[in-house]
Design a protein around this ligand. Structure first.
Ligand SMILES: Nc1ncnc2c1ncn2[C@@H]1O[C@H](COP(=O)(O)OP(=O)(O)OP(=O)(O)O)[C@@H](O)[C@H]1O
Length: 281
């Protein structure tokens, strides 16, 4: 199977009852220039336009330094684009908001709060009644596979467990969009596979829109409805690839699926072509 450029308007998610997906995030001719420490301009993103459909799982893939995180930060409202605009449900994104939940390595857990305390933080901030917040938090902790660890502190948890808490903490805000920046990048292969499976299980239950940055072709194909392949720096969109594989997906089954293998090989090839060093700032 040859990977062909997608025509996003034709894409309809198989949800029950079936209805055409509508755009939740629109990125419209976004460019980002950063000033380097030597006061030179560095073009990090160049004229990015992308529409993300409601409830889609979209991965952004590309060489190091091509601007993947910057794009996610713009959607999160943590960075204002130099030109162009990002919109959420038709409204310009002007800052962070509870409708977009970041799962970024930089937003570490509160070390002085337990697992339960970390997950409770969001509902408390949102003024949810204590009994309800507690019930929701306990359910989320169970959902991410950490039942029994409610009273542990972050320092007592493994890297994978901390990522699970970070996910539960973000889910507790009920964001419509999850923004995940290489959430499993630092984990060993086995833990990573388990968390990928768990994330898909949670996503299949909840069907939030996910924007997921990764360096891993295999991870992007396994998880996504669409893979956005970026060029080396300055980041541009090279191609958007629809991943037409059945759901629910199980890794053990997909590994035997010839179409999965073909997506991985085709995208790896494209990645290798992009993966020369980008222009330094
Ligand atoms: N706040 C900033 N100030 C100046 N330059 C920045 C800033 N943030 C990012 N950059 C630069 O913008 C470019 C894109 O960075 P970004 O982190 O978005 O890339 P990336 O694709 O996520 O990289 P990686 O895959 O290595 O994490 C890089 O050249 C980086 O040095």
């Amino acid at each position: 199977m040859k990977v062909v450029p997608s025509r996003s308007s034709e894409w309809v998610r198989p949800v029950t009852p079936q209805k055409p997906a509508s755009a939740i995030i629109e990125i419209d001719h976004v460019s980002q220039v950063f000033q380097t420490s030597s006061r030179r301009d560095h073009l990090a993103l160049s004229d990015i336009s992308l529409t993300i459909e409601e409830r889609a799982f979209v991965s952004i893939l590309g060489p190091s330094g091509c601007g993947k995180s910057t794009l996610l930060y713009i959607v999160g409202g943590f960075v204002s684009p130099t030109s162009g605009a990002a919109k959420m449900k038709g409204k310009a994104i002007t800052g962070p908001g509870p409708d977009r939940g970041p799962v970024f390595q930089e937003f570490a857990l509160f070390p002085w709060k337990t697992v339960f305390g970390n997950v409770m933080y969001g509902p408390r901030q949102q003024g949810v009644r204590t009994a309800e917040a507690e019930a929701q938090s306990l359910a989320l902790i169970e959902m991410v596979g950490l039942k029994g660890y409610e009273n542990f502190y972050p320092k007592e948890l493994s890297g994978g467990m901390k990522q699970r808490v970070a996910l539960a903490r973000t889910l507790a805000y009920h964001p419509e969009v999850l923004l995940m920046d290489e959430p499993f990048g630092a984990l060993d292969a086995h833990t990573r596979t388990r968390l990928q499976n768990d994330l898909l299980n949670i996503w299949e239950r909840d069907r939030k829109t996910v924007l997921f940055v990764t360096h891993s072709v295999d991870e992007a194909v396994f998880l996504s409805d669409k893979v956005v392949m970026m060029s080396k720096s300055p980041g541009r969109i090279r191609q958007v690839i629809d991943i037409d594989l059945p759901r629910p997906r199980r890794r053990s089954e997909l590994l035997l699926d010839a179409r999965y293998q073909e997506y991985v090989v085709d995208i790896e090839r494209m990645f290798d072509e992009s993966d020369e060093a980008g222009s330094p700032p």
